[in-house]
Design a binder for this molecule. Structure first.
Ligand code: ADP
Ligand code: MG
Length: 397
């Protein structure tokens, strides 16, 4: 789960990290008052969407004015004008895709005098099973590009969970960032603060790009992106409250309501599978036969008829889907229940695309019989390979 920049900054501030003063606003008429509460004299108006690259982004609507999703204002009145232009408009950045994202919240922040922009992030390194800090002097830009072109400018510091964050970790990061004197000392405080926030809040990613050094030599978190481990959210009610459902993929949101694991992908073959491992191999075999899956969808071990119907609806409402492969192994789940679910779903939502069904396991004969007698145009398949070949052929003509 991700949160907005202003929420991430509020959270980091609670742990004692240095962030600027700012106000989040939901309506244009709150903006001027919010800006007037800040010290000034410069104000930065920032569109809050769950995507980066806002500064270099562009709005679709001409009414949103020139400039991207991060704008510098010289007065509270100008800040309010920018907020009014951006609210409700659609911001397109490198990370949003061409369709962009509608701006529903604005963050008005005090403007900073920037000396240098640095990059700092923390993540879970799955290779070592440790939290790692990534630091670079090349802040404010696309870190993927820096990694590609000048990888020597990125350093990684792994934290051993047995010792936790130690002063030498922070010293190495300060050195990599080229910090000296009082600024390096501030870094010595910031790193353990961030580590503590990361661990206590079960974060999966904490990215500060940029972390700045101000003209007075102070460190300041100027942008913050935070993601949380979804499996740990049950113990963080106050984080769950920050969830902004309007930022999430509507189909993924619907799937989560029915407790289905669904991830939208770029291909055109919709998959409905039970079990994450089987779902992965189904995707692999579709790719093996030259096509691309439109989604990952695991209906789970004990799916009911209703769950199967909802899963089916989610797949068929995706306009990219040109064919559907249902691949079910009836272990705990019974094939006849699945078959009934499929028939009910097709009758309810209709079916324009070819549908290939492979059933195996408990009550498989009963399941196949239900499908065969349904009068629906369903292509049965005997095994995984047969199923994948049939659906790929049907989609590719
Ligand atoms: P994004 O990464 O989505 O483009 P950022 O928050 O990183 O958004 O802002 C982009 C750039 O705008 C920063 O790299 C920085 O140069 C400038 N900026 C952002 N916030 C402030 C601020 N409070 N004061 C001065 N400049 C800012
Ligand atoms: Mg940024």
């Amino acid at each position: 789960m991700n949160i907005h920049e202003y929420q991430a900054k509020r959270l980091l501030k609670e742990f004692g990290a240095p962030v600027s003063e700012g106000r989040a606003v939901l309506a244009a008429n709150e903006a001027e008052k919010a800006a007037k509460e800040l010290p000034g004299p410069l104000y930065v108006v920032k569109a809050q969407i769950h995507a980066g690259g806002r500064g270099k982004g562009k709005f679709k609507e001409a009414s949103a004015g020139e400039g991207g999703g991060v704008r510098l204002a010289k007065s509270p009145e100008e800040a309010a004008e920018f907020a009014k232009q951006m609210l409700g408009a659609t911001l397109v950045t490198k990370q949003t895709g061409a369709e962009g994202k509608q701006v529903g919240r604005i963050y008005i922040e005090n403007g900073s005098d920037i000396e240098t922009e640095l990059y700092l992030s923390a993540l879970v390194d799955r290779g070592t099973g440790r939290i790692a800090f990534i630091a670079s002097t090349e802040g404010g830009m696309n870190i993927e590009e820096v990694a590609e072109e000048t990888p020597e400018k990125i350093i990684t510091v792994q934290i051993d969970p047995a010792t936790g964050c130690m002063p030498h970790h922070a010293r190495r990061i300060a050195q990599a960032l080229g910090l000296k004197g009082a600024t390096a000392k501030q870094c010595g405080k910031l790193i353990p603060t961030l580590y503590k926030a990361f661990v206590e809040k079960d974060m999966s990613l904490l990215e500060i790009n940029p972390l700045i050094v101000t003209k007075t030599g102070d460190l300041l978190v100027l942008d913050a992106k935070v993601g949380f481990d979804p499996n740990a959210l049950f113990r963080h009610e106050n984080i769950l409250e920050m969830r902004d459902k309007s930022e999430e993929d509507p189909m993924e949101l619907k799937a989560s309501e029915f407790d289905l694991s669904y991830v939208k992908l770029d291909g055109n073959i919709g998959c409905m599978v039970n079990g994450a491992g089987l779902a992965m191999s189904t995707m692999d075999i579709i790719k093996h036969y030259g096509a691309e899956p439109a989604n990952f969808l695991d209906v789970g071990g004990g799916a009911t008829k209703e769950k199967v119907t909802e899963a089916f609806k989610i797949i068929t409402t995706d306009p990219a889907v040109k064919g559907i492969l249902v691949n079910i192994f009836g272990g705990i789940m019974q094939c006849d229940v699945i078959a009934e679910g499929i028939v009910a779903a097709v009758k309810e939502v209709g079916l324009d695309d070819p549908l290939v069904v492979r059933l195996e396991g408990t009550n498989v004969e009963k399941g196949k019989e239900i499908l065969a007698n349904s009068g629906l145009k369903i292509t049965p398949a005997d095994d995984l390979e047969d199923a994948a070949q049939k659906v790929v052929k049907a989609v590719q003509g």
